[in-house]
Design a protein around this ligand. Structure first.
Ligand code: SF4
Length: 240
């Protein structure tokens, strides 16, 4: 196909089941996507300059001002583009936008964003560092230090817990969860039930999806988790 011909790395072969991309050698140049006449391969996302993004956001400024809303920086992971993020945050501050940052909190330079953020949605994936490392590739020490740092800096912070079957949904973890949130000074949590919406993204990137066929969590289990958190003094809601 046109994609294989366009790839100067030789990363594409056409097999019996269609296009196979060798992710080890792929340089993400997107020549294959640009060459594909049927758009079967396509690039995700849009490249913006800070000014372009701010201009786009400011189109809704009147709505933000009248509704009490603002802009939410999410992802992916906004902190993965630190320089761009800092530029945009400074511009958003000058434009008097309310900014919510949704983050995994894993950055050595996390404290730099805090003066520009009005609300933090902060992922706390697992209270145990070894379990956190096993599934995400990194321990949670830096993340928890950043969480406490945000609270100390006075940024309103909501912990976001993606509740994932077999990973962090066991009630044996609830005491550790609530203890670490209280120690960090966090008083609100969103319990985000596991869903299958990521499945197609994994497929699109040619990645195996570890939670294929895993059923959604039972509402009763989440209700009990919420109740436990609330009894421990953490205002909890399911979803968010
Ligand atoms: S994005 Fe990867 S597979 Fe596609 S042309 Fe570039 S190197 Fe080859």
């Amino acid at each position: 196909g046109a994609c294989a011909a366009a790839c100067s790395n030789g990363s594409i072969t056409i097999g019996e089941n269609g296009v196979v991309i060798n992710r080890e050698t792929c340089g993400a140049c997107l020549a294959c996507a640009n060459a594909c006449p049927a758009h079967a391969l396509s690039a995700e996302g849009t490249v913006y300059t800070t000014d372009e993004l701010l201009t786009t956001v400011l189109r809704d400024k009147h709505y933000f001002d009248t509704s009490g809303g603002g802009v939410t920086l999410s992802g992916g992971e906004p902190l993965a583009q630190h320089e761009f993020l800092m530029e945009f945050l400074a511009a958003a501050k000058r434009a008097r936008l309310h900014v919510t940052l949704e983050t995994c909190g894993y950055s050595e330079r996390f404290a730099e964003v805090l003066p520009y953020v009005d609300l933090l949605y902060f992922d706390v994936k697992h209270p145990d560092s070894a379990a956190h490392r096993e599934k995400t590739g990194a321990g949670n020490e830096l993340i928890l230090a950043n969480l406490a740092c945000a609270v100390r800096a006075g940024v309103p912070t909501v912990a976001r817990i993606p509740v994932i079957p077999g990973f962090n949904d066991g009630k044996g973890l609830w005491p550790a969860y609530t203890a670490l949130l209280k120690e960090a000074g966090v008083s609100a949590a969103h319990l985000l039930p596991f869903h299958q919406l990521g499945q197609e993204k994994y497929r699109g990137h040619g990645l195996a999806y570890a939670y294929d066929g895993v059923p959604p969590l039972q509402k009763e289990a989440l209700d009990k988790m919420k109740e436990y958190f609330e009894n421990a003094g953490i205002a909890a809601q399911i979803g968010g």
